[in-house]
Unconditional design. Structure first.
Length: 304
């Protein structure tokens, strides 16, 4: 079973409907959870998916429109009531510190765990986070307010120790770090065992790009080239290009054009306008350009 997953908690746009919830996703990697946006209903969706609140390490905010952040105060409050003591980091574009400080002043000054907030210039692509499992970099988007997407890139070693081969040749555990540095092994008889016989090449690193609430950007593919999975907003269908431009959103067809230009593995579209009740027309439109397209829906889990 994959240890790199994307859980779609909400994939609607500004207005919650009977069909969709506002935007929220969980990126799961090696047992850690990274939340991207926190629309209304996020914490309930986390429970419905059976995900662990304790495994949540970092929250990434794309921008400060209500459908992407109105669930945040409730989630932070619940984490504190559940007894969280471990630090939590919130990352977002310009203005995020002011946003969170306002929330804390009004109704979150009592939370029991350390909360740190980091904001970055959303006009510049840059690394915004790194831990042992993932590197996250920002992707400048064009919306009505400061907005940035994120690329999650799995951290992998170039090679890993082949324990069976090492045991066969009698390689001690103390030499394993040298093997990972590319060194060979010389046994007591002076025989040199090549590193390639004692280590294995890992699979290529997987990656996920989340780009929501953005005007169609023909150059966007340059910043997300070759990702394993791309989420790109598809608020409107073809024929609504002018409306999309006015509101700084994209159509399903335009999302597919970005995916094709970027050479991504798969495309998942979402952030559907409340005027549409069915998601198949979005998938069909995008699939004309990029056949390997998935239409997001609440509760969907995508394994990378």
């Amino acid at each position: 079973m994959s240890d790199f997953k994307v859980h779609i908690l909400g994939c609607g746009s500004a207005l919650p409907t009977q069909r969709h919830l506002p935007t929220s996703q969980v990126v799961e990697l090696r047992g850690k959870l990274y939340l991207v946006d926190c629309g209304e209903g996020t914490q309930r969706q986390i429970r419905c998916k059976g995900l662990s609140f304790e495994a949540l390490t970092t929250i990434f905010i794309t921008h400060h429109h209500g459908d992407h952040i109105f669930g945040l105060p409730g989630l932070l409050s619940s984490l504190s009531m559940l007894g969280r003591t471990r630090a939590l980091t919130i990352i977002g574009p310009r203005g995020t510190k002011k946003l969170i400080e306002g929330m804390r002043t009004l109704f979150l000054d009592w939370i029991a765990f350390p909360l740190s907030v980091e904001e970055f210039d959303d006009r510049v692509p840059q690394q915004v986070f790194m831990d042992r499992s993932v590197v996250v970099r920002s992707v400048p988007l064009t919306h009505r307010i400061p907005c940035q997407g994120y690329v999650f890139e799995e951290r992998v070693s170039e090679r890993r120790v082949d324990k069976a081969s090492c045991q066969f040749y009698g390689v001690p555990l103390a030499h394993y770090p040298a093997l990972l540095r590319g060194e060979d092994w010389t046994n007591d008889e002076g025989e040199v065992i090549a590193n390639a016989r004692l280590t294995k090449q890992l699979a290529p690193a997987r990656s996920y790009a989340m780009c929501t609430d953005t005007l169609y950007l023909p150059h966007l593919h340059e910043l997300i080239k070759g990702v394993t999975l791309l989420y790109h907003e598809a608020t409107f269908l073809r024929g609504s290009e002018e409306r999309a431009k006015q509101t700084c959103h994209s159509t399903a067809y335009q999302a597919a054009e970005v995916a094709k230009a970027a050479g991504v593995g798969r495309l998942v579209i979402g952030h559907y306008s409340a005027r549409h009740n069915k998601i198949e027309p979005f998938r069909s439109e995008a699939a004309e350009v990029f056949p390997n397209t998935i239409a997001a829906d609440e509760g969907l889990t995508i394994e990378l």
